[in-house]
Write a protein of this length. Sequence first.
Length: 211
Amino acid sequence: MSINETKLLVFDCDGVLFDSKEANREYYNYILNKLGREPLTEEELEFVHIHSMPECLEYLLKDYPHLLEKAFEIAKEISYDKFFKYLRPEEGVYDFLSWAKEHYFIALCTNRTTSTRPLLRFFDLEKYFHFIRTALEYPKTDPLALLTILEYFKVDPKSTLYIGDSIIDENLCRACSVPLISYKNPNLNAIKTIFSYKELKSLLQKNQSLY
């Protein structure tokens, strides 16, 4: 398959559209502080950066199961938009999506839940996506998170490129036979690793084989 056969681009959110690690740190530390638990360790931060909110709370409180119900209550009460100020859109993402929407179907596949659309609206990014899939429907540990996107657009897996940055993205792509482009993570098993949106645009414009 050559690059000009690509019809659909699917993007992860955290770590791909946004540098959101500090926002996630602040959000989960807020919850943990309310519960009287110590702040996130660096290992825990890496986990919460790529998993859905329910998965994160269960992981963080695996040694405190009696606090889990209260944690979900706190999460329901606190609006994530309080933490938007800690997020930074990736450099070049607006220009790239504006260009790409004229040439491809554009979808989002994220492990975020209720914060997804408010976040995209806050940063004026929602308008670039033809379809948005969140963990409210399917977490990315479920292949349906991506397969239902392919079904929506009636697009073959090999006519799709998924841009992600985590092992969860890699596993999802493998389960769905969708080619993965790794964003700033050379440790993933991907057809290509890129480090900027300028590089991604150049790659798509070159009409060269990725395989």
